[in-house]
Design a protein around this ligand. Sequence first.
Ligand code: PLP
Length: 234
Amino acid sequence: MADQDEPGGDGALAAVRRLAAVRERIVRAARDGGRDPRKVTLVAISKTFDAAAIAPILRAGQRVFGENRVQEAIAKWPALRQRQAPGDIELHLIGPLQSNKALEAVGLFDVIETVDRAKLAEALAAALRKTARRPRLYVQVNTGAEPQKSGVQPEAADAFLAACRDRYGLEISGLMCIPPVDGQVSPHFALLAKIAARHGLGDLSMGMSADFELAIQLGATHVRVGSAIFGERG
Ligand SMILES: *Cc1c(COP(=O)(O)O)cnc(C)c1O
């Protein structure tokens, strides 16, 4: 097998098998929930994994990836992208964004999932005036109102969405949440879906390795799956 002559060959084979299993579980969860599996996009979260670990997943046909740090993504993705057709890869930013990195983020990412405060909305609006790139933007909602977590508070979401549109001229196309690690996740997914419906937002990024099937049942259009594909992070 060619894979085994490459760095991490055995690991690569296992990762490709896990990718296939995750894809199957997504299709099954969508069908079980009476949803069209094509309306659920798998975002493979490749944070902390290097290009050698990502390459086999790309070769297996995965095209949508997520990273949580701007600098790490800039170090990895331009080179990986060069091997593909232009526009082939869709890259999501799923981690907090500092406003002084807004222009870099707009230059690299196709979707920025973590818009969560006025200063960042303003910086993104300024960045968009300097470039022709138009990443899709999601607002992150801190559904558990956890003090250490980023995201707009649920009760402030309506006003923030209005400000993004009216004050900063940003088009928001979806919402994203990371529920608290302990406790039930369903109420958080349901709350996010409810806010999105109220604002007519089509994209719902929710669900990770441990709970993506539940998220799909509650309307996720994007599931962010890392360790179930790449293995445990070191
Ligand atoms: C790391 C990360 C994920 C993926 O987590 P897994 O449990 O490895 O699937 C999803 N979303 C965000 C925001 C993350 O930081």
